[in-house]
Design a protein around this ligand. Sequence first.
Ligand SMILES: *[C@@H]1O[C@H](CO)[C@@H](O)[C@H](O)[C@H]1NC(C)=O
Ligand SMILES: *[C@@H]1O[C@H](CO)[C@@H](O)[C@H](O)[C@H]1NC(C)=O
Ligand SMILES: *[C@@H]1O[C@H](CO)[C@@H](O)[C@H](O)[C@H]1NC(C)=O
Ligand SMILES: *[C@@H]1O[C@H](CO)[C@@H](O)[C@H](O)[C@H]1NC(C)=O
Ligand SMILES: *[C@@H]1O[C@H](CO)[C@@H](O)[C@H](O)[C@H]1NC(C)=O
Ligand SMILES: [Zn+2]
Length: 498
Amino acid sequence: MRELLILTALFVYTTCDTKDYKNKRTKLIQDEFKLTLGGNVNLTDKETAVNNCLMRYKINELDYGFEHPEYFNLSHHYFSFRENIKKSKVYKILKDMPKGAALHVHDMGILGPDYLMNITYMDHLYVCFGSKLLLQFAHSQPDIACTGKWQLMKEARRLSNNVTKFDADLRKHFTLVVDNPDVVYPSITEAWKAFMNFFITVAPMLSYRPVWEQYFYDALKMFRENNILYVEVRSILPNLYELDGTVYAPLITAMAYKKTIKRFVEDYPDFVGAKLIYAPSRKVDTKTVNEYLALAKLIKRDMPDYFAGFDLVGQEDIGNPLVDFVPELLAASKELNYFFHAGETDWYGCQTDENLVDAILLGTKRIGHAYALLKHPLLLRDVVHNDIGLEINVVSNTVLSLVRDVRNHPLSMFLALDLPVVLSSDDPGVWEADVMTDDYYLAFVAVASKVSDLRMLKTLALNSLKYSALNETSRVVAFEKFNNKWNEFINNFDCSKY
Ligand SMILES: *[C@@H]1O[C@H](CO)[C@@H](O)[C@H](O)[C@H]1NC(C)=O
Ligand SMILES: *[C@@H]1O[C@H](CO)[C@@H](O)[C@H](O)[C@H]1NC(C)=O
Ligand SMILES: *[C@@H]1O[C@H](CO)[C@@H](O)[C@H](O)[C@H]1NC(C)=O
Ligand SMILES: *[C@@H]1O[C@H](CO)[C@@H](O)[C@H](O)[C@H]1NC(C)=O
Ligand SMILES: *[C@@H]1O[C@H](CO)[C@@H](O)[C@H](O)[C@H]1NC(C)=O
Ligand SMILES: [Zn+2]
């Protein structure tokens, strides 16, 4: 009897103890979720209905992957699954969802190879198939050294006998996508080499002035069609030219942006607009950086409403670190807003991740990539304290060899810590991604927590306007336009459509 009593007491004690433990456990998980990006947002009833649909599909995809990790395609190379994800219901919903702004994209990397192929059908394009592919618009044969011979593209295509094959071969120069990426891109060196070759090849074709203007107009159109309403474009501002050989200064390239943005917003008044970030190469000397900064100030003076600020670009590990240009950048920091690429690297304790130190000390408004940020707790503190937006480009980071299995992308920690994250696409045309949607899909399905939902997505979209370079008046307008689009999306949502 006594033994039984003790046993009963023990039993009661343990269940009570387990219950208490389970409560604590549940609370801990809930509290932690509330700390994640968007975890504390409240959804309306209609948003909740959309969320239930979205999450049913997301959980389905993830449960399948969890049970069959060998079929979890998103853990492989992006090129192996980029076509397949377009069939996902989650993907289709994200494509339709208003995504706010694209704050990190590069001039010539926005539109894909099919668009570039169309340009090769234009009149007056010359081509030289030498050791490198050279392309140039001109009235007559270009006076540019070439290891083969210059001929009109039209002629070359006609003489090829097989246009299908000719075009298929030409198209390969306009994309990084290949069938065997693990063989072609074994390391960052091969990936960046192909990436740089892409720009070297297309730049002379795209910097023909009418093409440059039309390209950006069509890029804005493509953003708009993908439910983005504002863009900040980084450009190296190449010298534009005319058929007769006239070459313009980079200031004219900046003006071409302004002209095109104005034309686009007139044609599509529901679009908020675009601004330019002047972002030339980081692999230069101090004198050149001073020239860049002088030009940036000139652009700011001439078109203040269309100019966001300054950045330096190029493969960070092999380019010059920001610290090399501190006196110049510090002096100009009173006049210019900075949006530095920094910490786009797998290295730790090297000059590349230390670019984060200089970006922050120089007062950067946002950081491009910030991939190495978690390795620097004091900088992390500054990012939170100064509310510095982090421009995360998941697809770019995986294509350019920083991470293979995107579940390991530091964005998962950024989201867990509710850092000021915005998603963007970097150079979607170069890897044939649908602008923003592919990045949202990977971030949402593979990087974020399985339970992160529409609250996170809405917060990411709102963040893109919050951390934009719009002034307060324009930002209010942008939020208004976004809310209209968002409500339209929510009100017209039909789960059975997907
Ligand atoms: C959401 O609702 C909860 C409970 O009503 C409230 O405590 C919380 O502050 C709300 N969150 C926001 C962001 O409004
Ligand atoms: C993974 O990719 C293969 C090949 O494209 C495809 O057949 C399969 O359906 C994909 N799996 C999932 C879960 O999407
Ligand atoms: C290329 O041109 C064709 C014919 O004008 C057009 O139908 C197609 O949409 C264009 N493709 C792109 C990607 O712009
Ligand atoms: C043209 O080239 C394509 C692609 O290489 C090939 O499939 C096709 O058979 C060729 N057509 C002719 C007529 O040779
Ligand atoms: C804000 O930006 C808009 C659009 O670029 C511009 O028209 C307006 O003058 C700006 N307002 C201020 C106060 O700078
Ligand atoms: Zn970039």
